[in-house]
Design a protein around this ligand. Sequence first.
Ligand code: SF4
Length: 378
Amino acid sequence: MAGIYIHIPFCKKKCIYCDFYSIAAKADVVDNYIDALCKEIAMRKAELCGETVKTVYVGGGTPSLLGHGRLLRIADALHREFDMCGVEEFTIEVNPDDVSDEEVAAFRSMGINRVSMGVQSFIDEELKFLNRRHTADGAIEAYNTILRNGIDNVSIDLIYGIPGQTLQSWRQSVDTAMQLRPRHISCYNLSYEDGTRLSRMLENGSIAVIDDDVCVKMYEIVSDRLADCGYEHYEISNYALPGFRSRHNSNYWNKTPYIGFGASAHSYLSGRRSYNPGNIKLYVAAINDGVTVSEIEEESIAEQYDEEVMLRLRTKDGIDAGRLRSTYGEEYYAYFLNAVRGFVDSGLVERHGDVYRLSRKGVMLSDMVIRELMYDYE
Ligand code: SF4
């Protein structure tokens, strides 16, 4: 069982909080990139060693910016090089502004059965502040267009902790989301990443960070409301109606192998991580020279343990200590039990037999808990 990730590093304009690698989409650059992507798919197909492809995720950047003609070329390359018959979930990330009847109908014809839409807020002032290119009404219209054209598995992203956002405006965004009732919601606390416009605004004093207490309240508002509406809170930032957890992302958390195509895409195959060049020019040049992966990382046992602890503790399923013992041995098992004891005593981690997971209180302090449970953290 394996996943495929395709990275599309183009955006029309930069959201102020974003530190992902993306550039403006010039037609010739995009076409050269798609050529390279299709070549890479053909060159590297053997790396999946015949594993059945179960999930495909086209992310970015803004994949919907490509338009269906270019997306079709990528989908054709996938269908040519891989057996796609076993694919259960084929997701594309979209900006509401790019959604139309024609585009969604084309998505369906390519086998896409899930859409992840970056909404972030249903308040126009907040969208403007974030430099999003759509409006709240535009997002609602896009959502209805996707459903009308036969894709009912839709995920939306929301952000809380936006400067200027209030508990009332956050409730309004969550209420609007609940009226739409998407199958899946990802909810992120706004973070201030180095090098972003948002961080510069903070440094020069033009904005202030929302208090931690208010952010905790916002988190509680969304968690409670979504629980009342039947959503399962299955990962720190992710909520799903029954049966609609993101399979592709769940596979990342379960360390299922995946192959990533495109600039800055990662792969995880046979227990090794590899990274494609993070720059479009370098990526296209490398592929045209017949060179695929630029960097391979052999993970030490300690790094694998740390990653498993970090990924699994973020999920509702939690960490199975017995699995840590059988996978990493007695030393790591003993380390984990010793490190987790204090958090169980203080109520930040709940224990159910061999399984340990964050309590609601622990979720608020998850970074600290995860850091303390890591073996190799510096
Ligand atoms: S659309 Fe997404 S990838 Fe592009 S700038 Fe905004 S957050 Fe970043």
